[in-house]
Design a protein around this ligand. Structure first.
Ligand SMILES: [Fe+2]
Ligand SMILES: [Fe+2]
Length: 171
C-alpha cells in the first residue's frame, strides 16, 4: 500500500472513531437502534447508511476546514446521523416510494428537533433539504451541502458491489 493510501485509510479510521465520539448520544437512542434493524438500499440498514454519511461528511468537513472553512464537525456528524431517521417505520408511515422520498427529509428534521432541541434552523434545514434536487428546495448552508453530497456518495457505495462502507458499526 502506498503512503498516500495508508494516510487515507488512517484518516477514514479516525473519522469512524470521531463519528461515535460526536454521535454517541444519537447512536444510543431507541430510534437509531431501530434504524440499525431496518433494511435500506437493499443490502445495508438505515443506521449503517447514516454512519457512512457521517464518516464521508466528516472527512469532507475536515478537508474544507484545512483550507477556507470553519465548519463545526460535531454538528455535521449529528446532522448526518439523523438525516434519515424519518424513514424508520417507512412501511407503516408512507404508502409509496415517492411519498417516502418526498416526506422523510422533513420527518427526519422533526425527529432531530426532538433529539437535539438546541440546534438552530440552519441545522434542521440541512436535514430537511438533504434530498435536493429531488425535493426542490436546495441546502442553505455549507453543512447542508456537505450532508446532501455525502448522502449521495454513501448511497452510491450502498448500492455498488463493493462492501458497504460502514459495516464496522456491526463489529
Ligand atoms: Fe434520505
Ligand atoms: Fe440518506
Amino acid at each position: 500500500m502506498s503512503a498516500r493510501k495508508k494516510l487515507k485509510e488512517a484518516e477514514r479510521l479516525i473519522a469512524y472513531r470521531d463519528v461515535f465520539h460526536y454521535g454517541k448520544d444519537i447512536v444510543e437512542t431507541d430510534i437509531f437502534k431501530e434504524a440499525m434493524a431496518q433494511t435500506h438500499h437493499r443490502k445495508t440498514t438505515v443506521g449503517d447508511h447514516s454512519a457512512s454519511v457521517a464518516v464521508i461528511a466528516l472527512r469532507m468537513c475536515r478537508k474544507l476546514n484545512r483550507r477556507v472553512c470553519h465548519l463545526d464537525e460535531r454538528r455535521v456528524v449529528l446532522a448526518a446521523l439523523t438525516h434519515d431517521l424519518g424513514i424508520v417505520g417507512r412501511h407503516e408511515k408512507y404508502s409509496t416510494n415517492i411519498e417516502t422520498y418526498l416526506r422523510h427529509p422533513s420527518d427526519s428534521a422533526k425527529i432531530a428537533m426532538d433529539l437535539l432541541p438546541d440546534m438552530n434552523k440552519k441545522f434542521y434545514r440541512s436535514i430537511s433539504r438533504h434530498m435536493f434536487p429531488l425535493t426542490i428546495l436546495p441546502p442553505t448552508s455549507m453543512e447542508g451541502l456537505i450532508i446532501s453530497v455525502a448522502d449521495k456518495m454513501a448511497s452510491f457505495k450502498d448500492i455498488s458491489p463493493r462492501k458497504a462502507y460502514s459495516s464496522t458499526l456491526n463489529q
